[in-house]
Unconditional design. Structure first.
Lengths: 391, 316
């Protein structure tokens, strides 16, 4: 063990002098996480504010209810920013220019038609530059129209049952006040999804982890080319000590890299990783899995360059498949199922559990899978380790 | 008469095969304390394979290696403390200083931190790098790196120093420094196993030499023993004028002279030991009426021996 520690300490000293190691392990992933989190994050997080205009040509209780009960509520939540526009033509011009994302046009007679149970319409003018904003506006209007339709049905049913048609207004108000009998609440994926900043921080950390751990195991091949491996193997320490020292270097570099990234992204770009013990568990398991993968690839290569190339390809493929660059829940299907073969996906899953509010125990299933990957892949690497340090 | 010291290294019937190629075939030799044993052979003769087995870097298919009575096995690594290994290629960390290199390997050979520092400095001193110890190894010249390579092999004071062609690609000055260092180590009592394909190095350094070719140890012994083994004699050419035929007849009758003939303006002699006989030969020649202008002595060398044993030149 003493010899393994000496070899590890020597490797770490040399890696510290080698600035590129610092770049791969810390600087680049941190910078990319920050860039992705800050730029792509706005497009996917809940802080997006849509700019809508309202053209209220009706000025009835119905049109006011749409504005007061639907749009005002969304505005209070910061989801939309509203402005009143006098005419539909003005709203169309604003949408065309991109000044607004969409406009709701409430035509004159809307309230009367609704109260009479006659067909009515609400127009949505979308900006060609903001399809997402226009889509959301159509959804808002559609949901309100559905509400209105159910009120109309209720009023018609009441009149058919003998109510005085003159009381249609009161009946409509009463029907409007009845709470919905069925409410659909999504508590599954939304609640266990990483926010964009954390997603990209975690994605970059686990992606670059597969590069930083190469610095240890691949150096066996470098040392073989450099001639120092023969000298190490001739020393009274045994090949296992050499291998252990190199693997230890990978683990230490991986742990340091991940720890620095977790701490730095928390304080610098506001990533929220969840329960620190759970995160530590995932980081340790993730580093072991990454080290095992790098070790297996190293046993297949003949030279350090070849190993570096193969490990980069493996890191890239696993990163893409494992969802290090984009959330896999938006892809689904075979890709999502294949991602379960990668340490990246399990690392993200574990983190999602933690950020969803689970304690450290929430990370245990994902950590166990990562450890199983480390054991299986690492076992295969050990079986082939004779190629690296054998006689 | 004192008892012969136990050999530091005993190699018995070593064999190693790489696929269809038998790189080492039944190679046996010993190296005594203070003895420098040379393995002489061309590239591909099996020298590096042999010493890789000796150093535990390769497992022998058959045979055994003993260092100071300890059997060398792949499991028991402790006897490797007794060996210092200087590989053919540079084997050092170029991004570490010379001092960091020697201290690291000192620790790996089981020395304490203080001991590794002290012996590391001594080793650097021995190879003439004490004043460059703080500099990174990649700032050293090729010759200096070679010397550091040697220092790394001997800093833990091994009983057996194994050097695999340590002067390949080295400038004459550094080469000379390396040979002097190895010579000094042998005189201090260290057993040295030295491989080379340079005949001159083997002749200069080695007390005994093993001629290795195609994985086989063709012959071994001192230089003189090897030469006598193949029946070669020294040749002396006495050039000049006067009565060369009378002189040749007188010389032919001298003890130790195998043959004496006149060819052109010279007497060609084949003798057993030219260095010893030369004064007597010169005296007889001049007394017999020869007038000598030049003397040329040609001793058989290991190249001749190698050619005789293998049918090809050492550098083929």
């Amino acid at each position: 063990m003493h010899a393994a520690l000496l070899i590890c300490a020597n490797d770490l000293r040399r890696r510290l002098r080698d600035r590129s190691a610092l770049l791969v392990a810390v600087v680049i992933p941190l910078a990319l996480a920050a860039v992705f989190g800050l730029t792509l994050g706005d497009a996917t997080n809940g802080d997006v504010t849509f700019r809508y205009a309202v053209v209220d040509a009706d000025r009835s209780a119905t049109s006011r209810s749409f504005q007061d009960e639907v749009l005002a509520g969304l505005e209070r939540q910061g989801l939309v920013r509203l402005r009143q526009v006098a005419r539909a033509a003005d709203a169309e011009r604003l949408a065309e220019r991109g000044t607004i994302d969409a406009a709701f046009v409430l035509p004159a007679g809307l309230g009367r038609s609704v109260a009479a149970g006659q067909p009515a319409r609400v127009e949505v003018i979308g900006s060609p530059d903001a399809p997402l904003g226009a889509l959301v506006a159509r959804s808002i209007a559609g949901a309100w129209a559905g509400d209105v339709s159910s009120v109309q049905v209720a009023v018609r049913a009441a009149i058919a049952a003998g109510a005085d048609p003159a009381d249609a207004g009161a009946l409509a108000a009463a029907a409007h006040g009845v709470p919905a009998p069925l409410e659909v609440v999504d508590v599954s994926t939304e609640e266990r999804q990483l926010d964009p900043t954390t997603f990209y921080a975690a994605g970059m950390a686990i992606f670059f982890l597969f590069f930083s751990v190469q610095l240890g195991v691949t150096s066996i091949l470098e040392e073989r080319q450099q001639g120092t491996l023969a000298r190490l193997l001739a020393a009274p320490i045994g090949p296992r000590a050499v291998l252990a020292g190199k693997l230890l270097t990978s683990v230490v570099v991986g742990l340091v890299s991940m720890t620095v990234l977790v701490v730095a992204t928390t304080f610098l770009i506001g990533a929220s990783w969840g329960n620190p013990f759970g995160v530590a568990l995932l980081v340790v398991a993730g580093v072991l899995a990454a080290t095992a993968v790098a070790a297996l690839v190293a046993t297949l290569a003949r030279t350090a360059d070849q190993a570096g190339t193969w490990q980069s390809i493996v890191a890239l493929v696993l990163g893409m498949l494992g969802g290090a660059f984009f959330p896999l829940d938006r892809v689904g299907g075979l890709t999502a199922r294949l991602s379960l073969l990668t340490p990246h996906a399990w690392f993200s899953r574990g983190l999602a559990e933690l950020t969803g509010g689970a304690g450290a125990a929430g990370a245990v299933p994902a950590a166990l899978v990562l450890l199983a990957i480390a054991a299986v892949v690492g076992g295969a690497a050990m079986l082939r380790s004779g190629r690296l340090v054998g006689r | 008469m004192g008892a012969q010291p136990e050999p530091t290294l005993v190699c018995r019937s070593l064999r190693r095969r790489f696929g269809e190629i038998e790189a080492v075939r039944d190679v046996s030799f010993t190296v005594a304390p203070g003895e420098t044993y040379g393995l002489l052979g061309p590239n591909g003769a099996g020298k590096t394979t042999t010493i890789s087995i000796v150093c535990g870097l390769l497992r022998a298919d058959e045979g055994s290696v003993e260092i100071e009575g300890h059997q060398l096995t792949t499991r028991d690594v402790a006897p490797r403390k007794l060996i210092g290994y200087v590989p053919q290629e540079l084997a050092l960390y170029p991004d570490l200083s010379g001092r960091e290199n020697v201290r690291l390997f000192g620790r790996l050979y089981g020395l304490s931190r203080a001991e590794a520092a002290r012996r590391g400095d001594e080793a650097l001193e021995l190879v003439g790098l004490a004043d460059r110890g703080k500099d990174r190894a990649d700032t050293y010249s090729g010759g200096m790196q070679r010397r550091l390579n040697i220092a790394l092999g001997l800093l833990h004071r091994p009983k057996l120093l194994v050097l695999d062609e340590p002067t390949v690609g080295v400038d004459p000055q550094s080469r000379n420094a390396i040979l002097e260092s190895v010579d000094a180590l042998g005189r201090e009592g260290m057993a040295v196993l030295y491989t080379t394909h340079y005949m001159e190095e083997a002749e200069r350094l080695c007390d005994r030499i093993g001629i290795l070719d195609a994985g086989e140890l063709k012959a071994e012994g001192t230089r003189r023993e090897l030469i006598s083994l193949v029946g070669e004699h020294d040749r002396v050419r006495l050039a000049g004028g006067g009565d060369l035929h009378a002189a040749a007849a007188a010389l032919a009758a001298a003890a130790g002279v195998e043959r004496a003939e006149v060819a052109d303006d010279a007497i060609e002699l084949v003798v057993a030991d030219a260095r010893q006989l030369l004064p007597e030969l010169l005296r007889r020649a001049t007394e017999s009426g020869a007038r000598l202008d030049a003397v040329e002595v040609r001793e058989p060398n290991l190249e001749t021996v190698f050619l005789h044993l293998t049918g090809r030149a050492l550098r083929d």
